[in-house]
Design a protein around this ligand. Sequence first.
Ligand code: NAP
Length: 215
Amino acid sequence: MNILVVGANGQIGKHLVKLIQENGDQARAMIRKQEQAAYFKDLGAETAIANLEDEIDVIAEAAEGVDAFVFTAGSGPKTGKDKTLMIDLDGAVKTIQAAEKANVKRFIMISSFDTSREAIQAAPESFAPYVVAKHYADEWLLNTDLDYTIIHPGLLTNNPGTNQVTLGANVERGEVPREDIARVIYTSLKNDATIGKRFRAVSGQTPVEEAIQSV
Ligand code: NAP
């Protein structure tokens, strides 16, 4: 399987590309600067340069020949609300449209923990625009014919992965290492039973492979 990782140079992205390569699949890291390529080339991954502020065609060209998309990009907490709109919302929607344009059906979205309308209403003023962006990006994907999986991670940490998670629609808020989220993404790609599903992911006591079977 050849997988386009959008946001590959991010913290989840780097774990994910490594995992894909280690397991004999092929990652294509979508990055925005040439100087970011060396890490991925060393792993045997392909790279494609594209910016989420580019036209949809540029993202679609980066995806030529792939079997699946993973969107794990994000504007991060250090940029303004302009980038929340341009990356977390418009960038995500353009990536979905690029998948459609490139005829790639499989799409995994890294959302945030709670993107419900209630979460928008309950969010502090500074955080609400991000929840809005993630809410509508999820909604856009749900209204396509793509083979989607939407993963809603808890609070991400850089603790080493444990391969032990709790997945489900109604799990309690909690932390989860980025390395474990990368494994949840990869395992979802390998399990078509996750198509058309959305679930939360936090640290737990069930091995990822087993937890994925029951989402
Ligand atoms: P991260 O390390 O901040 O990585 C984000 C990636 O997005 C970076 O590689 C960045 O590229 C890329 N990006 C930003 N703007 C871009 C643009 N214009 N064009 C192309 N790429 C762009 O994020 P993470 O910690 O891996 O988290 C990934 C996802 O998890 C995000 O969608 C986030 O919303 C979501 N999430 C986070 C939490 C949390 O607790 N933090 C919880 C749930 C969900 P550069 O490397 O070039 O800067």
